[in-house]
Design a protein around this ligand. Structure first.
Ligand code: NAD
Length: 322
């Protein structure tokens, strides 16, 4: 253990966190994970897993009882549009995620950790730049004047600034990524916190060929979706680089939600009609601008969306139709 790099993953019971733990283990790290819950779909691969609430400073002191080479802060109170855009969870989202970040950044500084990664979100971009579904603007320098469309986005913006303040004032070695809609196996696919790709995979898997699925809104809102393996690759590359960020980690293959549904139907080999119903939507258009990541990391995600959807559909379909 002594020669191994030591990493702490906060949110290791979540979707991205559990994949990251696996990656770090494959790279030879010693890993401590922490979360409110164990991973939902497969046992953790962390060397040590602490079940604990990171809003609680005593828990955080226990978790960060030593210096780590690398800390990955992914824990957040989050979900898809059905969780974030209804307004019903605003107080929890802001209080819970901000408390976690305030605790972790202070202890990371006190323990003199080697580097700390913070997962921000494309939800922090101003809504006024995302009204045209064919031409959304999400370059990193377009963040201000700030106008995120959700309290979730405002908390991400606040926490980006929090980490950057510790970088400027205390020299904390920070890395910040703005994730754009990450999807893949081991992600939440039912229960209210699932995001569009998983929700649509579930609906398609549940439907009989020739049947119908429901989509929120007219389905002409645009987004891009990044497969989990490329997200983890981007995180590790950013961490190994000298670039603080914030930088987008996302795909620039923009599709409408109707197109996304049709791609999933293609993977399933089913022909279904789409019924549009009212529901929480978010901005009209969003896409990852990958100019900066290419410049700074000499890399950007490139996997076709259809490939990741096929794997994800098969994983969800097996849960529904074993
Ligand atoms: P997730 O919900 O699967 O994982 C977050 C984890 O944090 C959960 O396991 C949850 O139990 C844990 N957590 C929440 N409150 C906690 C607390 N008080 N103490 C300890 N653990 C707590 O989400 P994810 O998709 O894996 O996202 C990881 C990070 O990436 C989050 O910060 C999220 O905001 C950010 N992000 C994700 C996406 C995406 O598309 N998945 C997009 C943008 C940003």
């Amino acid at each position: 253990m002594s020669n191994k790099k030591r990493a702490l993953v906060c949110g290791a019971g979540g979707f991205i966190g559990s994949h990251l733990v696996k990656k770090l283990k494959n790279e030879g790290y010693w890993v401590r994970g922490v979360d409110l819950k164990n991973p939902d779909f497969s046992p953790t691969e962390a060397d040590e897993f602490i079940l604990g609430d990171l809003r609680d400073q005593t828990v955080c002191r226990n978790v960060l009882d030593q210096s780590f080479d690398e800390v990955y802060q992914l824990a957040a109170d989050m979900g898809g549009a059905g969780y974030i855009f209804t307004g019903e969870h605003d107080a929890d989202v802001m209080h819970n995620s901000a408390s976690i970040n305030l605790n972790i950044v202070e202890l990371a500084h006190k323990q003199k950790v080697g580097k700390i990664f913070y997962s921000s979100s494309a939800c922090m971009y101003p809504s006024y730049n995302q009204e045209d579904p064919n031409n959304p603007k999400c370059s990193e320098d377009s963040a201000y004047p700030a106008a995120p469309d959700s309290e979730y986005g405002w908390e991400k913006l606040f926490s980006e600034r929090l980490y950057l303040s510790y970088f400027r004032n205390y020299g904390l070695n920070v890395r910040i990524a703005r994730f754009h809609n990450i999807f893949g196996p081991l992600g939440t696919w039912k229960g209210g916190k699932e995001k569009a790709p998983a929700a649509l995979c579930r609906k398609v898997a549940e439907a009989k060929d020739g049947g119908e699925i429901e989509i929120w809104g007219d389905g002409e809102q645009t987004r891009s979706f990044l497969y989990i393996d490329e997200c983890i690759e981007g995180v590790r590359r950013l961490m190994d680089s000298n670039f603080t960020g914030p930088v987008n980690i996302g795909s620039d293959e923009m599709v409408t939600i109707n197109q996304l549904a049709k791609m999933i139907m293609k993977s399933a080999g089913k022909k279904l009609t789409i019924k549009h119903i009212s529901g929480p939507l978010g901005v009209r258009g969003r896409n990852s601008d990958n100019t900066l990541i290419k410049e700074k990391l000499k890399w950007a995600p490139s996997q076709p969306l259809q490939d990741g959807l096929k794997i994800t559909y098969e994983w969800i379909n097996k849960k529904i139709n074993p």
